[in-house]
Design a protein around this ligand. Structure first.
Ligand SMILES: Cc1cc2nc3c(=O)[nH]c(=O)nc-3n(C[C@H](O)[C@H](O)[C@H](O)COP(=O)(O)OP(=O)(O)OC[C@H]3O[C@@H](n4cnc5c(N)ncnc54)[C@H](O)[C@@H]3O)c2cc1C
Length: 537
């Protein structure tokens, strides 16, 4: 039975809301989490939406931050069932004419990565491996940047240029690279079209538009660190949400599902509680934190009457998409795809993440630009067959494949048009898939389904289907996220905090928005800091 009053109320049980709740309760605050859906986890969810026994992660697939995520250590999530695996072959690209694939291996197998790229260019292979090796040494820096409020000094172009120069200057990849777009950096560094096609795609996956100038530094540090540094959550991504939920219960947090919050109660300029859609009011004596997106939190839940005109203007100007919009195709298979490129390198058949339908860099660029400009691209995808490593994800002898298509933002098409996309796009993609993996015939597919951006928006309230809840561009990143006046997780309503991906560092399964919101709250309320000396953040 939930109480009428708590110290802290959190709106939304996404992984960031759960993270904040666990830390708050441990710090002595009686905490309630209200979730509108019937289950916790938000984007950390795994379901069987096509056929019983075939599991698919509808949203997050690869986990790149588990080794540095404070909550995993601080709350012993591995003891609560979180299990991971890091496939050897991480990211691959297969081609329709069966020419050699490129396969990037995990960071301890850079020799294999070098051999794969060297089939095309020894020079590219050496440079890529050297850049990757140096990027991996940035782990502490990545962690410090993620798990702290945005640092005004570190994110200036001057500071980034100094870092690029110090890290890569001797390779001729110095300070002027940070002003370039990722595409310009990739084109400048690598001559192999096949490698470029792959790198464009992994760049946009991390939400950095390939043509966005001024993000070259982010490519060289963050994208180079994350690519091929991915783990699979055994049992499905939902196991992260489950372990976090268990940690919350163990600390004594109250969680209430199927309880959409309709309003944040503001009294005398202070967040005093919430009202749920059923009309129930629950009071908060210390704080309310929102894992919901920025516009919903400020404009719908708080309301313009309680905000200054500046904050209303800033919230309305915050942009969602077009560069982070995905659709998730799901296939139930007899056999996993067998690529004709495998005659060169069998690892392409056991890649964690395989790109299909991009025969060269022009294809990737056209595909991305079409999606960004509101057009349906010719089908191509990044694909996952998680049952290759985790037998729990499909019935015995069968396979579950999931993928990502880049798509136009949800509002680009109407409901009827999205229904048409769901009806025909997977079949068109299967034809493309078959060009590089001949066994992907209709006979190999028991059933399939497509989950589109309009559905992502409805299910998770990720506006426009934007997977980061807000475009990544220099004016919406770091100390500018979501806007400069709100970049410290605090809002102009006293006692109201942001703990979702509209805040720094944005989308992704890192729980950093929740962790950093806790840091801000602990500073304001004089709670014990979560900082662990050996960890350094
Ligand atoms: C297709 C897709 C693929 C992705 N792939 C990856 C990936 O491979 N790796 C990765 O790291 N990230 C990935 N992401 C991004 C990742 O899923 C999100 O960044 C992440 O889910 C954000 O977590 P969160 O906890 O802050 O918010 P969310 O997961 O969005 O959770 C917010 C929660 O708040 C609830 N809520 C909202 N409004 C209310 C309200 N009014 N009242 C009560 N509850 C409310 C929602 O129901 C939801 O449960 C992907 C996203 C998508 C869409």
């Amino acid at each position: 039975m939930t109480k009428a009053t708590y110290d802290a109320i959190i709106i939304g049980a996404g992984h960031n809301g759960l993270c904040l709740a666990a830390y708050l309760q441990r710090a002595g605050l009686d905490t309630l989490v209200l979730e509108r859906r019937h289950e916790e986890g938000g984007g950390a969810n795994t379901e069987e939406p096509v056929m019983a026994g075939f599991r698919h992660n509808l949203h997050a697939q690869y986990m790149e931050f588990f080794d540095i995520m404070p909550m995993i250590q601080d709350f012993g999530l591995e003891d609560l069932g979180l299990r991971t695996l890091m496939p050897d072959a991480q990211a691959g690209i297969a081609f329709a004419d069966g020419r050699p694939p490129i396969v990037l291996h995990r960071p301890d197998r850079l020799d294999a990565t070098r051999a794969s790229i060297a089939r095309y260019s020894a020079q590219d292979a050496d440079l890529f491996v050297e850049l990757k090796r140096r990027a991996m040494a940035l782990e502490a820096l990545v962690a410090t940047n993620l798990y702290n409020p945005p640092n005004l000094t570190d994110s200036t172009p001057g500071a980034q240029a100094d870092m690029a120069e110090a890290l890569y200057g001797d390779l001729g990849v110095g300070r002027h690279y940070i002003q370039k777009s990722p595409k310009q950096v990739i084109d400048d560094l690598f001559e192999t079209p096949e490698l470029r096609a792959l790198l464009y795609r992994v760049t946009v996956e991390w939400g950095f538009p390939v043509d966005q100038t001024g993000t070259g530094g982010a490519f060289l540090s963050f994208v180079m660190w994350t690519v091929g540094n991915w783990k699979l959550a055994l049992g499905g991504t939902h196991t992260l949400a489950k372990a976090m939920t268990q940690a919350c219960y163990r600390e004594g947090v109250d969680l209430l599902e199927s309880s959409p919050v309709e309003a944040i109660i503001v009294e005398d300029g202070r967040a005093a509680g919430v009202r749920t859609r059923s009309g129930r009011e629950i009071r908060a004596t210390r704080l309310v934190a929102s894992n919901a997106d920025l516009r919903q939190t400020l404009l719908d839940l708080v309301g313009e009457d309680h905000l200054s005109s500046l904050w209303v203007k800033r919230a309305k100007a915050y942009r969602y998409g077009p560069s982070h919009v995905l659709a998730t195709p799901m296939f139930c298979l007899y056999e996993p795809p067998a690529y004709s490129s495998a005659r060169w390198d069998p690892d392409i058949d056991r890649c964690f993440y395989t790109m299909v339908g991009f025969d060269g860099p022009e294809d990737t660029i056209r595909y991305i630009r079409d999606a960004y400009s509101g057009l349906l691209p010719r089908p191509a995808a990044g694909t996952w067959v998680n049952s290759l490593w985790d037998a729990s994800q499909a019935p015995a002898g069968r396979h579950s494949a999931t993928g990502w298509y880049f798509m136009p933002p949800a509002s680009s098409l109407d409901a009827r048009q999205w229904a048409e996309v769901r009806a025909e796009y997977n079949d068109r993609f299967l034809e493309v898939w078959r060009e590089s993996a001949p066994n992907m015939t209709p006979d190999n597919v028991l059933a399939h389904k497509l989950y589109t951006p309009d559905q992502i928006e409805r299910k998770n309230l990720m506006r426009e289907g934007d997977f980061s809840n807000g475009e990544f561009s220099p004016d919406q990143m770091g100390a500018n996220r979501p806007f400069p006046e709100a970049s410290s997780y605090r809002t102009e309503v006293d006692g109201l905090y942001l703990c979702g991906p509209s805040a720094h560092p944005g989308g992704g399964m890192h729980a950093a928005c929740g962790y950093n919101a806790f840091k801000a709250i602990s500073e304001d309320l004089g709670l014990a800091s979560p900082l662990v000396a050996e960890r350094g953040y």
